[in-house]
Design a binder for this molecule. Sequence first.
Ligand SMILES: *[C@@H]1O[C@H](CO)[C@@H](O)[C@H](O)[C@H]1NC(C)=O
Ligand SMILES: *[C@@H]1O[C@H](CO)[C@@H](O)[C@H](O)[C@H]1NC(C)=O
Length: 367
Amino acid sequence: MAKKRGQDEDPGPNPSVLFLHPDLGVGGAERLVLDAALALQARGCSVKIWTAHYDPGHSFADSRELQVSACIPVLKLARRPKKILFYCHFPDLLLTRRDSFLKHLYRAPIDWIEEYTTGMADCILVNSRFTAAVFKETFKSLSHIDPDVLYPSLNVTSFDSTVPEKLDDLVPKGKKFLFLSINRYERKKNLTLALEALGKLRGRLTSQDWDKVHLIMAGGYDERVLENVEHYQELKEMVQQSDLGQCVTFLRSFSDTQKIALLHGCTSVLYTPSNEHFGIVPLEAMYMQCPVIAVNSGGPLESVVHGVTGFLCEPDPVHFSEAMEKFIHEPSLKATMGLAGRARVKEKFSSAAFTEQLYQYVTKLLV
Ligand SMILES: *[C@@H]1O[C@H](CO)[C@@H](O)[C@H](O)[C@H]1NC(C)=O
Ligand SMILES: *[C@@H]1O[C@H](CO)[C@@H](O)[C@H](O)[C@H]1NC(C)=O
């Protein structure tokens, strides 16, 4: 989240922007704040960043709470800010927590906003229209505020600079139709949907085609996280029970270069979570010219264009398998949808698009 203020009575053409970032220790959020700061600076704003420091000596949850409360005095020090822009970037890690945790985390800054912003022309930004709806539902006392949307951007540097490796080590020979799921091993991500869809696909194909189909379940995995360990076991058992062992590979913890190679080489990504606040994987896939089959709720409704850059389906194995089958019977679909996907990311979710929108929101506030 970020706040800004203009320091002079007349903001003039070069606004002063102060970012207050509670430093939650989530890499993506920090990257975003830094990118936003650099972007505004490049547009002629004078920029400062204030942040509470992360102390790795604290446990994960504890340190987060501490940092958030430590942020409050900092906010109060920012005397009579002229305008405040609040970017509620619900970090990806938090999306899997309970609502009450989210509420708890955001309560303090939101109280502060309520207290200080009465009568001010504030702007609240969130990372998707879906999050905007969640925001309104969660923070009922702010129901008079309609958050604007500023989509996160995809930093394409590593995608552009990496030459995709061959997939020989990861995929058995002769597999022409490679489907890929990328998500942490968490139940909420509904990875079973990908496995069940694969089972349904088997029933729709000739054995000749079926022999060429493979699914890679790639996911962030931390053996210290009980849910990761348990869920991985559950999925493996499910694969054995449905006799899909020959056509599923589980990949726990993978490198960035492997991810890029997989996205480059696969037929389509299966994105299974419902109600995802934004979801960066569909952007990564589309940028790598890989069509996305995603659930028709949450962020993917805004990132994936149905029938153009992929397919949006009910969270139902039959619907998913129907979409998968299209790529098998119409192999050119991957290329056409892939090109459309890359064009979409460049247009809507590039760093340049992010910078431009943020700058517009900042200048609009100062009019
Ligand atoms: C993108 O990421 C690279 C590191 O991978 C970093 O050096 C660069 O500054 C980032 N670019 C933007 C626009 O954020
Ligand atoms: C997860 O997928 C199953 C089908 O595999 C579906 O029945 C269920 O509704 C999905 N869950 C959510 C939250 O969408």
